[in-house]
Write a protein that binds this ligand. Structure first.
Ligand SMILES: [Zn+2]
Length: 49
């Protein structure tokens, strides 16, 4: 990939409630996704912004 920032920012959004979070980096996005999914069983998506 060209000119990819070192820490892309991700917008983590729950499809089933109003939780959303802005995090730095893919690892943080995955962690936020998993954490919410584990707590609630909701489906969470992370998209780069
Ligand atoms: Zn949720």
């Amino acid at each position: 990939m060209d000119s990819q920032p070192l820490r892309p920012r991700y917008h983590v959004v729950c499809r089933e409630c109003r939780v959303e979070r802005l995090v730095d980096g893919r690892d943080a996005a995955v962690a936020a996704e998993r954490e919410h999914a584990k707590e609630t069983g909701h489906r969470v998506v992370a998209e780069r912004v």
